[in-house]
Design a protein. Sequence first.
Length: 261
Amino acid sequence: MAEPIRFDDSAAYEQSIGTWSRLTGDAFLAWLAPASGQRWLDVGCGTGAFSARIVHQCAPAEVQGLDLSVGHVTYAHHRLPAGPAHFLCGDVLALPYHDAVFDLAVMALVLFFLADPAKGLAEMQRVVRPGGVVASYAWDVLGGGFPADPVLVEMRAMGLTPPQPPHVSAAGLRESTAFWAAAGLQDIATHVLTIEHTFANFAVFWATCLLTPGLGPTIKAMEPGQAATLQAGVRARLAAHVDRALTCPARVNAIKGWVPG
């Protein structure tokens, strides 16, 4: 059985996924188009990257962020030490909040990591008031939308099995729509968000991949020759010049629905 993807190193996560999180968060909030003055729950808030986008762009009355990682929650506290955001360590599948206390519950790049996505969605719906919004977005891993997808493709070409979230299919629009519909959420809408990030050169891109949860430890555990072959193959696949900037695309699938009543 493959080792689970761990998110223990907040600094490494920020260096590898942090910029992507901000870019996807901005695109998602533009699509969500929320009103100001609302009470938000950021489920699986991680280092607080998405919570910060909510605070800076949406003029919320309150943002509650929850994550299993004590390190991430501490990092989020330092990121937003004052203002409407507050962070708590807790279980996404058993949210420590009363019913119907939030206007929106959002889950950024998390749904496919849950042991039970349907239960996680049910908990989000429980804590949102009637007429409120439950929304999520996740990397389109199966469709090639993960930021380090060229590495995953090259690994498969070498006969290797890349690490992936336990419920990777939950990120697909068809699958997530089925979850939202089964939960009884109404007026369900989906959207595909495409973004780009430019690295100074291939070396910076590769260093970022080595810090990515799941992927980085997998590469570092390889024999040196195998890792070098992978690196060379990815560079050739990207046609990356050693001294030139490298622009990489990524894609997420977004979904939202309204709580009945």
